[in-house]
Design a protein around this ligand. Structure first.
Ligand code: ZN
Length: 134
């Protein structure tokens, strides 16, 4: 039931996003009214045009990333996350600020997550008790 609700929420969100995106220009400017100094690293940021990456992403990965983003790498995206459905016409790029230290932090975060998945046990089998070994 919970998976069904989450699935319906994702579909609804994507439909709203598609309607919003279809009425926008080819490049969305997300720098208007935003300071060009990273609040985490206190560095002046580069204004950059980045591609929007559409497609389905694992929800748990997105949630984990979005939880870490505000305090660790708020301006570290060099590819903008788009909706799960690619619009037939719509924006393909976003103008945004990119912080060089946030980019490094995002890369480290992704490497750590990858290493954690590799080192995590793949089996939940319980080892045999000492009395069962013989
Ligand atoms: Zn930063």
């Amino acid at each position: 039931m919970a998976n069904y609700i989450v699935s319906r929420m994702k579909v609804g969100f994507c439909l709203v996003a598609l309607v919003m995106l279809s009425s926008c220009a080819d490049v969305i400017d997300e720098t208007k009214g935003v300071s060009n100094v990273c609040p985490v690293h206190q560095l002046r940021m580069e204004r950059r045009k980045v591609e929007i990456a559409y497609g389905l992403k694992r929800l748990s990965d997105v949630i984990e990333y979005e939880r870490a983003k505000p305090t660790r790498f708020p301006f570290g995206e060099t590819i903008a996350p788009g909706c799960c459905v690619t619009p037939s016409s719509g924006p393909n790029f976003v103008q945004l600020y990119v912080c060089s230290e946030c980019v490094v932090s995002v890369d480290l975060w992704h490497r750590q997550k990858k290493a954690d998945k590799v080192s995590a046990p793949t089996s939940t089998a319980v080892p045999p008790r000492a009395s069962e070994k013989n």
